[in-house]
Every structure is written in C-alpha cells, then in structure tokens.
Design a protein around this ligand. Structure first.
Ligand SMILES: O=P(O)(O)O[C@@H]1[C@@H](OP(=O)(O)O)[C@H](OP(=O)(O)O)[C@H](O)[C@H](OP(=O)(O)O)[C@H]1OP(=O)(O)O
Ligand SMILES: Nc1ncnc2c1ncn2[C@@H]1O[C@H](COP(=O)(O)OP(=O)(O)O)[C@@H](O)[C@H]1O
Length: 294
C-alpha cells in the first residue's frame, strides 16, 4: 500500500493537492517528477549514472538504488510519473535522519535569472555561502516515550553559523532537545564515537567520498544533499556502526566536462572539519586517539 513517508526530513512534501514522495510496503520510495525540467534532469542523471562504467563500485554505495520510472497515482490523486528508488530508511524502524545540502552555490549553469536570485537569497541567508553547506532538516529518535526530536522548517531556516555545530551534535545525542540557552545541559554527544567515528562511521564514509570528489570530473552535483542515517536501537557495544551516508536529489546535476566539482568538494571538506572536531572531542572523553583508520 502506498503512503507518505514517515521519515522525510526536507524537500517537497505531499500535502493537500501538493505532489510529494510516497513509499510502499516493499521498501520503494517514489519521488514525483517535478513539472519543469528538474524532473527529467533527475531521471537523466540516474540513467546516466546507472550505465556509467567509470563509476567505481565502492562509490555506487553512496547513491540510492534506482529502479527506473513509473506512472502511478500521485499524492494528489492523479496519475503522474515517479522516479522509483530504494527507500533508504528501510531496515531502520526508528531512523535518525539528517539532510545536509552541499555547496555554497545551489543552482546550475543553465538556471534562469529569477531562479538564481531565489537560490542566492537562500544561500546568503543560510550557512551555504559562509560554510559551503546548510542543514535542511533532521529527526533524531529519542526513545519509545518521547519519540522523535524533529525541528520544524521555520526553525531550520533560521539556523545560522552558531547553530551548525550544535545541530550536528544533537544528531548524535540522547537528549537532542536539551539547550544550554534554556538552562539545559546541552546535547550529550553520547553516540558521536559510534555514529560519526570509527572505521565505518560517517566521518570515514565522508573521507571516502571526498577521495572520489578530489578526482571525479564526470558530474557537478549542484544542490545535492547528503543524507545521514542510523538507528539507535541497532547500535550495540563493539558492533560495526549502522550509520550510513547517501547522496540524494539530483535535479540540478550537470555534466562535469572534465572539471573538478569544487563547489561540492569545498562544502564536503567544510562539513568534514565540523564532524572531525566532534569526533575528536568525543574521543578525548573516551580516551581514544581520534584517528580514523581508512
Ligand atoms: O520551495 P522551497 O522554498 O521550499 O524551496 C525548496 C527547498 O527548500 P528550502 O527552502 O531550501 O528549505 C528544497 O531544499 P531541501 O531539499 O529542503 O533542502 C529544494 O532546494 C527545492 O528545490 P529542488 O527540488 O532541489 O529543485 C526547493 O524548491 P523550489 O522552490 O526550487 O521548487
Ligand atoms: N530514496 C530515499 N529513501 C528515503 N528517503 C528519501 C529518499 N530520497 C529522499 N528522501 C527523503 O526525502 C527528502 C527530500 O528528498 P529530495 O530528493 O531532496 O527532494 P526535493 O527535490 O523535493 O528536495 C529527503 O530529505 C529525505 O528525507
């Protein structure tokens, strides 16, 4: 049965008469093609990427599995083409999820003046310009009783430079809603070593992705996001981290034309610095050396 996803944290959402993604019981995620050329460009990217023999196998794991397109009843009730992907939250009953839009510039070279003006405003008013990324949305699972900590869009849009480290810390804390400003202790970062650190944690995955971006000139990933996911209930002492990084949203990807995607790479490096600082701090507390073996 089709339904709206329980764990969407950003982007266009299904609403009254509004197109948004749907999921089914078999673990597929259906993203409606946007009416303008964004939809067809995202399909073109998935088609190109799926058949591109120059993509190393270890890089493919960072991209959602693509099953093609399908015309089906949309969230609005009428027939509409959808991109069919694997639901990335599958297998994680209570996923903590964070969407981070990478790049200080979020439009592609062919964008209209009006679209550039709209994006530039958002990039300037958010942390995209100064940091090369912005956190678009997140949810953190606290527990059975409290459910999820999920700040709304208005809160996310107002977050600035001073909030980035705090939000990245909330994502790996058992008390994400605790704020020092309101007299709380602040997020405890209790899962930082497990989720961000270690040989298979998010930092190691980001470094692996960075190695590819330092070399790849096939695509330019304008306005793409990194999706971080883990399930706290699946964590256990000494076990491999179940944290995962995926790239999503390819509506503005263009041909790299033999040029490094410095807009994405710059943002990725900047994000890596923030995450490394949190891992180092967590390791200081636990007495480990903070080094990530690759
Ligand atoms: O419509 P808005 O203002 O919510 O903007 C959308 C963005 O939301 P934001 O304002 O950054 O929270 C939205 O950003 P997120 O996916 O939420 O990070 C997208 O940038 C979306 O554009 P596209 O589907 O990638 O082409 C943006 O959609 P368009 O306005 O470009 O259709
Ligand atoms: N394959 C997927 N599986 C599960 N959730 C997804 C998947 N792709 C996207 N999402 C969720 O949907 C949100 C919006 O996706 P995105 O592709 O960025 O859409 P938009 O183009 O509307 O911004 C993401 O923040 C994430 O929460």
């Amino acid at each position: 049965m089709l339904k709206t996803p329980d764990h969407q944290v950003a982007g266009h959402e299904a609403g009254l008469g509004k197109l948004g993604p749907l999921v089914d019981d078999s673990g597929r995620f259906y993203k409606p093609l946007q009416g303008d050329k964004r939809g067809s460009e995202e399909v073109a990217f998935y088609e190109s990427f799926s058949s591109n023999t120059n993509i190393p196998e270890h890089v493919r794991k960072f991209f959602p599995v693509y099953y093609g397109t399908k015309v089906m009843k949309a969230s609005t009730g009428s027939d509409h083409p959808h991109i069919v992907l694997k639901d990335l939250t599958l297998g994680r009953p209570n996923p903590s999820v964070m969407d981070i839009k990478i790049g200080s510039r979020t439009w592609g070279p062919e964008a209209s003046e009006a679209y550039i003006a709209k994006c530039l405003k958002k990039d300037r008013e958010s942390t995209s310009v100064p940091l090369g990324f912005r956190i678009s949305g997140l949810q953190v699972y606290i527990g059975e009783e409290s459910g999820f900590y999920k700040p709304d869009r208005t809160y996310m849009r107002q977050t600035g430079l001073d909030d980035v480290s705090l939000i990245l810390r909330k994502f790996v804390s058992s008390n994400p809603s605790s704020d020092t400003e309101t007299g709380g202790q602040g997020p405890d970062c209790s899962l930082a070593s497990y989720v961000y650190g270690g040989p298979s944690g998010i930092l190691a995955q980001l470094l692996e992705l960075k190695t590819w971006f330092e070399d790849q000139t096939l695509y330019h990933f304008h306005a793409c996001s990194l999706l971080f996911m883990f399930d706290k209930a699946l964590t256990s002492e000494g076990a491999r981290s179940n944290a995962e990084v995926k790239l999503i949203d390819f509506a503005h990807v263009t041909d790299g034309n033999g040029v490094i995607d410095h807009n994405f790479l710059g943002g990725l490096c900047s994000l890596i610095k923030f995450i490394s600082d949190i891992v180092a701090e967590a390791n200081d507390h636990t007495g480990t050396n903070g080094k990530v073996e690759l």
